[in-house]
Design a protein around this ligand. Structure first.
Ligand SMILES: [Zn+2]
Length: 328
């Protein structure tokens, strides 16, 4: 832009406006003035789309910041920082989003994973507000399906004070995940740093242990939703094929953490992957399938709403988010 006397005057006038504005508003409050702080809030974090006849709603549970250092086990920090830079992301910390899904299949509501509840980072814990803003009520949920037992997926089932969040829902979990985490001998042998995860699983599922339904792989969990084994991130980590009519969605759970790192570099291992080699093989297989089938995917930890497509690029892949649509 060429700077002229006129543009300087114009920008000075613009810069002055906000100073005058609030001062006037203070002396003469207007009925149409936005509530204080309204300018710093977003629209509620839900996004709907259709998969055949099934209405899918992505519900955001905020995010958590993770220091970048040490996040990728098998890459040097400068390499990881470069990947972040190429994606125009910060190079000191990774913002990790949490996106659960609600399926509305002819009035039958299924929630897939539940977010952090009131146990997560202060920037998370937005799930219930967004869920209600989307017009849902936890008492209406028929089924809660859990992909794996990490806290950011299960803690939304039960508040810190013990209250069950989905009073009328059947809770369905992967049988292999249950077998691993509910094994007391394994908990006792686990390194000190992992004991908390075992205890967290017991906090959530202990009171309903006899009612939790354990599902097997390659079976229909609820109508239209098929469980597919995706071990590595955790032993029983599960992804899903959702199908209805011609519609198909690959629900990828934690097959990758942030796509800018792990879709782009599928051989990188996130610090949360319990079996790095197995997770890598699973990731390659599923990303390859999504790319060759041009299937729509949903990632739990992609930027909201976390759905799009995967294309092959170089030795890795590229995540292409869907275009926001005003119509469902
Ligand atoms: Zn997760």
């Amino acid at each position: 832009m060429t700077i002229t006397r006129r543009t300087i005057l114009a920008s000075t006038a613009l810069a002055a406006t906000p100073i005058v504005g609030p001062a006037l508003a203070q002396t003469a409050p207007s009925a149409t003035a936005p509530a204080q702080g309204a300018g710093s809030r977003q629209a509620p974090g839900f996004y709907r789309y259709k998969v055949g006849d099934i209405e899918v709603t992505a519900i955001n549970d905020g995010f958590a910041q993770r220091p970048l250092e040490g996040f990728v086990r098998n890459a040097e920090l400068p390499q990881v920082q470069q990947a972040m830079q190429e994606a125009f992301l910060p190079t000191n910390a990774l913002p990790i989003a949490f996106n659960t899904l609600v399926l509305n299949n002819g009035g039958r509501l299924t929630v897939i994973d539940t977010g952090n509840g009131d146990m997560g980072a202060p920037t998370s814990g937005r799930w219930m507000t967004n869920f209600r803003a989307a017009g849902f009520d936890p008492a209406q949920v028929n089924t809660v399906v859990i992909s794996h037992f990490h806290g950011d997926h299960i803690n939304g089932l039960r508040l810190k004070d013990g209250t069950a969040v989905f009073q009328n829902a059947e809770v369905m979990v992967p049988a292999a995940e249950w077998a691993f985490w509910m094994d007391d001998a394994r908990m006792n042998q686990a390194p000190e740093g992992m004991k908390g995860a075992f205890q967290g699983v017991r906090r959530v599922f202990g009171p309903i242990a006899n009612d939790v339904k354990r599902y097997e792989m390659d079976k229909e969990v609820v109508p239209g939703l098929n469980a597919v084994a995706a071990p590595g991130h955790t032993p029983g980590h599960t992804v899903y094929m959702l199908s209805s009519g011609n519609g198909k969605l690959m629900i990828m759970s934690d097959t990758t953490n942030h796509p800018a790192l792990f879709v782009r570099n599928p051989d990188w291992s996130a610090v949360f992957d319990m079996d790095a080699d197995q997770a890598r093989a699973t990731r390659r297989r599923l990303l390859d399938m999504a790319a060759s089938e041009r299937a729509q995917v949903a990632f739990y930890h992609a930027p909201f709403p976390g759905t799009g497509h995967v294309a092959k690029e170089g030795n890795g892949f590229r995540f292409v988010p869907v275009q926001w649509s005003p119509a469902v």
